[in-house]
Design a protein around this ligand. Structure first.
Ligand SMILES: [Fe+2]
Ligand SMILES: [Fe+2]
Length: 229
């Protein structure tokens, strides 16, 4: 095993190969807000054996289309839209209906489901408005920036990006709260199929959203800022 990877930032490893996000999430390594840390440091925070994590990472091979670092703004925006925004549009309503049913049936025995549901609904409403804002207010501007066809209002763009990153922080807090309330989505012994399924979906939502935020905060926005300065 080469030690080179240990010296690289966790966020950069995910950008180079998004499949590694699954490995990091599984082992409790923050690649989103804590992405600016070397892997060697991040490994201290996990209870898993470092050699197992490194072996899992090494077994993943990046495909050409998943290597996003060299993408134009338009390609990146299209990728985020086609993958992450589409995922949220499909999944949020589905999880919402299922979680409500699980809360209504199991809430008496598992009162944490009420808080998990409330957090989820806030997250759903905020993310729905958020992706609409990105698609309407910023993605078209970034495509224009690629074409260099018109002068952009840099101050306005900077303001929108700041607002978007603050939305991301709020989403991260809600996800973290639900992770804690559900004990990292550990199913109780009496969990029925719907309960198990909704925890699986919520965990997937967490992973998806953290990767989505990571791509925007750590790849898309720095690319935009570099063009504005
Ligand atoms: Fe987005
Ligand atoms: Fe976003």
């Amino acid at each position: 095993m080469s030690n080179d990877i240990l010296e690289r930032f966790v966020g950069d490893i995910v950008l180079e190969n998004p499949k590694t996000a699954n490995v990091f999430t599984r082992h409790g390594i923050d690649f989103c807000c804590g992405g600016q840390r070397k892997l060697s440091e991040a490994l201290y925070d996990t209870k898993s054996l470092p050699e197992n994590i490194l072996a899992e990472i090494e077994s993943l091979k990046a495909t050409e289309e998943e290597t996003l670092q060299d993408s134009t703004l338009t390609q990146l925006v299209n990728y985020i839209d086609k993958n992450h925004h589409k995922y949220l549009k499909q999944k949020l309503p589905e999880i919402s209906a299922l979680l409500k049913r699980v809360r209504d049936v199991h809430g008496d025995n598992h009162p944490e489901l009420f808080d998990i549901y409330d957090n989820f609904i806030t997250l759903k409403e905020e993310l729905t408005a958020h992706i609409r804002k990105e698609e309407k207010d910023i993605f078209p501007l970034l495509k224009e920036l690629d074409k260099d066809k018109k002068a952009l209002d840099n101050a306005k763009l900077g303001r929108i990006i700041k607002e978007i990153e603050s939305d991301h922080q709020r989403a991260g807090k809600l996800l973290k709260s639900n992770k804690k309330l559900s004990h990292d989505y550990t199913q109780p012994k009496d969990a029925c199929t719907s309960y198990r399924l909704v925890y699986k979906f919520l965990k997937e939502l967490e992973q998806e959203t953290l990767l989505h935020i990571h791509l925007e905060n750590n790849l898309l926005h720095p690319k935009v800022k570099a063009r504005l300065s």
